[in-house]
Design a protein around this ligand. Structure first.
Ligand SMILES: CC(C)(COP(=O)(O)OP(=O)(O)OC[C@H]1O[C@@H](n2cnc3c(N)ncnc32)[C@H](O)[C@@H]1OP(=O)(O)O)[C@@H](O)C(=O)NCCC(=O)NCCS
Length: 175
């Protein structure tokens, strides 16, 4: 696989969603629908934003990722409402192994509608068939994050346990 140099966060459409890059104009809805939602980051590394200043700092720090061609990121847009409701991030860490890592989260008002399964399934096709990754991993998935584990399973990932007992999931396009 050749080194990532171009813009790989291209717009992807599914039945009910659009996955696209976000920009400053999306701030208000990402703040309202997503990063201020206290239910979202229970299993993530960030904290819910209590103020717009906090949200600006968080979303701004993620946005900087677009400057690095090895980081891909999409805002999840619900077609029916045209609202940005979450984010999926992919990090290309191990170039020589054609491997990347995926992470995702979404405002709790949109949970349990099959949205993340729909988004991840389509993204897996794009990452493997169009970009050419062989392997996609989801690291350190909490045992009690049943929703995320179901999403990964339904999108074709297999479950593994690392030596220190942590769950991780792997999708291999060369099955
Ligand atoms: C985890 C998360 C992404 C799931 O997204 P979602 O769009 O609600 O998932 P889906 O609707 O596609 O659900 C897939 C399956 O999981 C089930 N599910 C979803 N959330 C669940 C929950 N909290 N408990 C039990 N089952 C759940 C759904 O019912 C569905 O079941 P099915 O196989 O019978 O169809 C979403 O809850 C979220 O953003 N959580 C917070 C952030 C997070 O945990 N990110 C992942 C870190 S590893």
């Amino acid at each position: 696989m050749k080194k990532i140099e171009g813009d790989y966060s291209k717009t992807i459409e599914t039945e009910r969603l659009i996955l696209r890059k976000y920009n400053q104009d999306d701030f208000e809805m990402l703040y309202k629908n997503y990063v201020s939602d206290e239910n979202v980051p229970k299993f993530c590394t960030w904290k819910p934003c209590k103020t717009k200043e906090e949200a600006d700092k968080l979303l701004g720090s993620w946005y900087k990722g677009y400057e690095n061609p090895e980081k891909l990121m999409w805002m999840i847009v619900e077609k029916s409402s045209n609202q940005g409701i979450g984010i999926i991030r992919v990090t290309h860490k191990w170039l020589e192994e054609n491997k990347c890592e995926i992470g995702y989260s979404m405002g709790s008002r949109w949970w349990n509608k099959g949205y993340m399964t729909e988004a991840v399934t389509e993204l897996v096709k794009y990452l493997t068939k169009e970009i050419g990754f062989f392997t996609i991993v989801a690291e350190e998935v909490a045992e009690d994050n049943i929703g995320s584990r179901r999403v990964l399973k339904k999108a074709g990932f297999s479950q593994y346990k690392s030596q220190d007992g942590k769950l991780y999931y792997k999708y291999n396009s060369k099955k």
